[in-house]
Design a protein around this ligand. Sequence first.
Ligand code: GUN
Length: 300
Amino acid sequence: MSATIIDGKAFAATVRGKVKDHVTALVADHGITPGLAVVLVGEDPASQVYVRSKGKSTVEAGMKSVEHKLEADTSEEDLLALIDQLNNDDTIHGILVQLPLPGHLNEDLVINSIDPAKDVDGFHISNVGLLGTGQKSMVPCTPLGCLMMLRDHHGSLSGLDAVVVGRSNIVGKPKAQLLLGDSCTVTIAHSRTKDLADVVRRADIVVAAVGRPEMVPGDWIKPGATVIDVGINRIDAPEKGEGKTRLVGDVHFPSAAEVAGAITPVPGGVGPMTIACLLANTVTACCRANGLPEPEGLTA
Ligand code: GUN
């Protein structure tokens, strides 16, 4: 293996440390405790795990954590009423509605009912527009985490060729906007892209966010390129025993690590950065709400 392994777990710990320091100062100097409300509708097991983890990390960072767990058959009206209440609660600076929502709820309507200033996911249409026009916004957590790791590794990203594989609203599109904001030449590729291998081979930076296990092999990677693997896919692992599974990314790690200059592993790469950036966004939202300077290095 020749690539440098970008340790997302260690990097996320550093970000969480900075968040905690900032929270401590906000409490000590201004008597303000940032607050994050997480809303979970229904009992999707994976969502329950995420929500519990977000709550725990929020408390560990010294912030106020509020969890609202609603029945799977909660009406849209009741959910919107809760969001309205949180929008008007001065002790809450960030609101996250865990996705996916049960099918009878209109996700776009729900997300767009969150006060954009409290939209720590950066999914509100106002924040999407602000990011797309290079204005100050709330930035989606996973793309923000990837950007922090890329900036840390490269210093300046200016002029680099970046290919984002995947065009989701949550990762692919905002990631492309952020790279453009840092003056990369950006290509968004996806499942219908012609000659995907050749497109990826041009890139100094590859961000893989397609949700397909090990789809990007090492021979698609330009020697020395930086590979950011956003995928988290659980696959069968018969070599570990019957019925066992393991996590892999969207990149075939063993072959890519032979060629890349740097690569994020799965697990332990991008994943830990997402919650760290959720905490960072909550502090940023709190500072903006109170007219205070934003934390250094925790925003785009
Ligand atoms: N479900 C999976 N990832 C996310 C996320 O980043 N934010 C929200 N709100 N829901 C999710």
